[in-house]
Design a protein around this ligand. Structure first.
Ligand code: FAD
Length: 395
């Protein structure tokens, strides 16, 4: 059996693994990319309603990977962010926090990109890139050793210097390497869907904190049929979220409107609903012999600030930079550098998101008062607000 020579294998062609393969290929690396799933059906033509918030700092990576110009639906810029606090059925507290992108320059905070849009661009680029050998759907058998790793896939064998596990949260490669994880369960589930609304969103994202969990409304690019559209991440305690997920459209929209108020006028659901149980997670190490973890295989954060994919894309940017020009892409010193560059930053984001969720998920009056006063106080601190904004932009 012939041994085919590529330098790096990426296992998992999700947004993190796919972008990594393309960015490495753009830098002249020969990459094997394997996914267990068939990628084409993920381009589901029905409007899918799930949006990724992509921080401004991640745009250059998507451009390097050749994805930015291939997005079939225009990304929607996030110009302002409103953070409010309240109770269901009541108007949000008057003490709110407002972030205006003009306070840090002309650029948007980032963009909301439809999940399907990234998939369409990924599939197109992955098929066209001559430096990438794509095998999907396929199963890889991987044997790692001090000198390299052998990958058997569909009767072919590849010899690589480095394997990157980008297989998402359950990462079989991480498990096989004996890398432990710590999980922080939230007892919260997110119901995700899109809404068409009467009034324009003007590029404003809303993060409305409620005792059951955050209710986020993210601006999306409209269509001829639905000129005003937003993506909603509706987080609630598990049992209530289950009910919401299966509710008839009429009562469900009344629940939505009770949380949203009248800021967007009358709303109705577009497309279907999705449901995700929330859990934060971090891996105890980011590497092993000839193995690096990236994206959700290494970490999972509360989606409270839409940072999950951004952290994965920042892992990708770090790996591409660290591997640039390296003769041995799997050398232990490089993998240690990668871990040092990414793990502390990802942990800080995870703990920050966790603290935010816990702070806002309580109805205890003194805590509510303190946090509302805190929101209003931060709103009057331009330097601190600027810092928050730059962090959200991934800068
Ligand atoms: C409710 C919710 C809302 C979110 N909102 C946002 C947001 O607004 N912004 C944001 O940045 N992030 C958000 N996230 C997080 C984001 O969805 C993830 O961080 C992102 O999808 C991780 O990408 P990934 O490529 O690492 O993993 P995945 O997307 O999980 O992809 C993993 C890939 O690996 C493949 N695979 C799995 N096992 C194997 C195997 N054994 N062999 C080969 N291939 C395999 C899978 O088929 C898949 O293609 C949200 C998450 C949730 C739950």
């Amino acid at each position: 059996m012939a041994v085919r020579d590529v330098e790096i294998a990426v296992i998992g062609a999700g947004p993190v693994g796919g972008t990594l393969a393309l960015a490495l290929a753009a830098r002249g690396r020969r990459v094997l990319l394997v996914d267990q799933a068939d990628l084409a059906p993920m381009e589901d033509p029905a409007f899918d309603g799930r949006g990724y918030a992509i921080a401004a700092g991640c745009q250059p990576l998507l451009a390097l990977a050749g994805l930015w110009d291939e997005l079939p639906f225009a990304p929607c810029p996030i110009l302002d962010i409103d953070v409010t606090d309240g109770k269901v059925g009541r108007r949000p507290s008057a003490l709110k926090l407002h972030f205006d992108h003009r306070a840090v320059g002309d650029d948007a905070f980032g963009w909301i990109i439809e999940a399907r849009s990234i998939r369409v661009a990924l599939n197109k680029r992955l098929r066209a890139e001559p430096n990438i050998v794509l095998r999907a759907p396929a199963t890889a058998r991987i044997t790692r050793g001090a000198e390299g790793a052998d990958i058997e896939v569909g009767g072919e064998t590849f010899r690589v210097q480095l394997v990157v596990a980008a297989e998402g949260r359950r990462s079989p490669l991480r498990v096989a390497a004996g890398i432990g994880v710590t999980k922080l369960p939230y007892k919260q589930t997110a119901v995700i869907f899109a809404i068409a609304h009467e009034k324009p969103h003007n590029g404003v994202a809303l993060e409305h904190f409620l005792p059951g969990g955050p209710f986020a409304v993210l601006p999306m690019t409209g269509t001829a049929e639905h000129p005003n559209v937003s993506a909603v991440v509706f987080t609630e305690r598990d049992a209530l979220a289950q009910k919401l997920y299966t509710m008839q459209d009429g009562p469900f929209m009344r629940e939505v409107q009770a949380r949203l108020g009248n800021r967007l006028g009358a709303v109705r659901q577009v497309g279907r609903r999705w449901m995700h149980r929330l859990e934060a997670m971090y891996a105890h190490r980011y590497y092993d012999t000839r193995l690096a973890l990236a994206g959700d295989a290494a970490h999972g954060v509360h989606p409270i600030a839409g940072q999950g994919l951004n952290l994965g894309l920042q892992d990708v940017a770090a790996l591409v930079e660290i591997l640039e020009g390296a003769e041995d892409a799997g050398a232990p010193a490089l993998l240690a550098r990668y871990q040092a560059a990414r793990r502390p930053v990802n942990m800080a984001m995870l703990l920050g998101m966790d603290a935010l969720d816990r702070l806002f998920s309580t109805n205890f009056p003194p805590v509510r008062l303190a946090r509302d006063l805190g929101l209003a106080a931060v709103d009057r601190m331009p330097r601190l607000k600027k810092r928050f904004m730059l962090t959200a932009m991934g800068r």
